[in-house]
Design a protein around this ligand. Sequence first.
Ligand code: SF4
Length: 694
Amino acid sequence: VIMMGQAEHSVVTTCAYCGVGCGFKAEMKGQEVVRMVPWKDGQANRGHSCVKGRFAWGYTTHKERVLKPMIRKRITDSWKEVSWDEAINYAASEFRRIQGQYGRDAVGGITSSRCTNEETWLVQKLVRAAFGTNNVDTCARVCHSPTGYGLKQTLGESAGTQTFDSVMHTDVVIVMGANPSSGHPVFASRLKRRLRQGARLIVIDPRRIELVSSPHIKADFHLQVRPGTNTALLSSLAHVIATERLIDEAFVAERCEAKSFKEWRDFVSLPENSPEAMEEITGVPAQAVRGAARLYATGGNGSIYYGLGVTEHSQGSTTVMAIANLAMATGNVGREGVGVNPLRGQNNVQGSCDMGSFPHELPGYRHISDDTVRSQFERDWGVTLQPEPGLRIPNMFEAALAGSFKGLYCQGEDIVQSDPNTQHVAASLAAMECIVVQDLFLNETAKYAHVFLPGSSFLEKDGTFTNAERRISRVRKVMEPKNGKSDWEVTVALSNALGYPMDYRHPSEIMDEIARLTPTFAGVSYDKLDRMGSLQWPCNDDAPDGTPIMHIDEFVRGKGRFMITKYVPTDERSTRRFPLLLTTGRILSQYNVGAQTRRTPNVVWHGEDLLELHPQDAEDRGVRDGDWVGVQSRAGETVLRATLTDRVQPGVVYTTFHFPESGANVVTTDSSDWATNCPEYKVTAVQVTRVSQP
Ligand code: SF4
């Protein structure tokens, strides 16, 4: 805490929006924030910020914020305000009743990528130790779970390889399925600085994002891939690298498995993977693919940055592995300026995954069936843990509809608005008997809840977030929780009421437990974080100051493993009934489902989600700019206002998903990634028709 004269002081903390993890100084007058100032010593942002972190914190005092716990027996009843004790005891008794009636595995929990590492740790611990089941999953299921899977298979660790600063040493950048200018603005400005210095740029995206052509930047290649064909495109890039002898043979021989490399090279060299053969599938001219492949392989340090346009597909995990294959084949891993870099959407996606929020993995990405690892937790926690993986979020929904899953503890996640196929999610929730929602607002999911536990905002909590570069930063309480309890205290109280005692005096003690049980966090403590500013994991005896760049001398798994990444077409293809392909994204001033940005009065925000439609498709349908259009898919139908633009190609439409009224996820389907069940948000076959105003 830095004192700034009699009435003012400031507290250094971390932005709770995107995965850049900017440091801020909250300037305070008493318990009121006067302004948020980007922290010049913030190691992720170095004094920069975007409009969201700087101005969009007013939601913390919004009048719709719920500050009192509430319960109701049926979702058709009105909410009744109760004491914390009554709400928590009611939730605990309902969970125990359900387990008694339907079995131990009839309940589960969902952790949030918006919450701190410490809060997430406690929720997964509660589910495993107090509930006695592995039915715990994270909202990262619906965004970056393929990153965790794909990078672990190939490189051995479920995380990005670089620091953000590394981009200043790159010569060729591939940006794939990400729009950093909107989604990760502070990283985007660093990337643009490097591009203005002369680094070359390849954009792979169905949409002409801002980076493709802006006043001082022009991409060398924009591979405007047809939605759903990423894996085919990467196979054609790999084909050029393999057949034109652009492989870094020395790197591969020293660092990678010989057998998997040979199989991969034989596979990508097949004529069916050539850019010419793939052109009809991907829609990308073969010559552009050849040029981009040559540039990436021979242009010096090559780096790849990717986002949800890679992961949120039925082949999301395959595409992540194909990216890692490309980086290994060209020797672009293990030093500054190169690497494979997932741009994480939410502030703590990395952390929520690190903390063991997956039903098959304990913290640190160790499989629940590993007896040695499980016994460490059993000794420390004093319980017996189940050795079998639990249910993923989509499986919880299916089990609810089948009648075997009845109780859910959902912290900081609006699954009704953010998960695909809203109707399916809503029906699943309606079939449950006890849903506990812990959140700031009565969100869409709370409509199905029986217990509402008011959450605290990032300004009211102590803890840590882990950003997209594995950087663990402190979140510091700048004011007392307006609801009277920190989120971690609520989880502790619930666990105690369930009969599994938890006892912590401060989140620092939770971090001490994390460090004790998670090898990659073994050297992390609040004292060290205060001293160092932040730490990038792995941080342990081998790397006491953390690890900015991974896989330097060898891959975490030893030798890098190439994976065969055969293109399998998605079911979401254009048909006569649904001839257009819908893809989705975000805008700069809104954030995900808009729970916070829609409730901030500081600036005039964009007021609605729009459907981008190519003028040619619009003309075919008699749609003019600003008309209302119906968007129909096999899952459902919604209405949006059309904006005509050639940012999208003919045959492709695009929208954002910030407003519940627009209901983008009413039309997205429950197709999902084959390995992780990450939903296929990024491609939905739709029809668009002109309608009168809704
Ligand atoms: Fe917050 Fe991300 Fe903006 Fe930084 S770039 S201020 S972390 S939203």
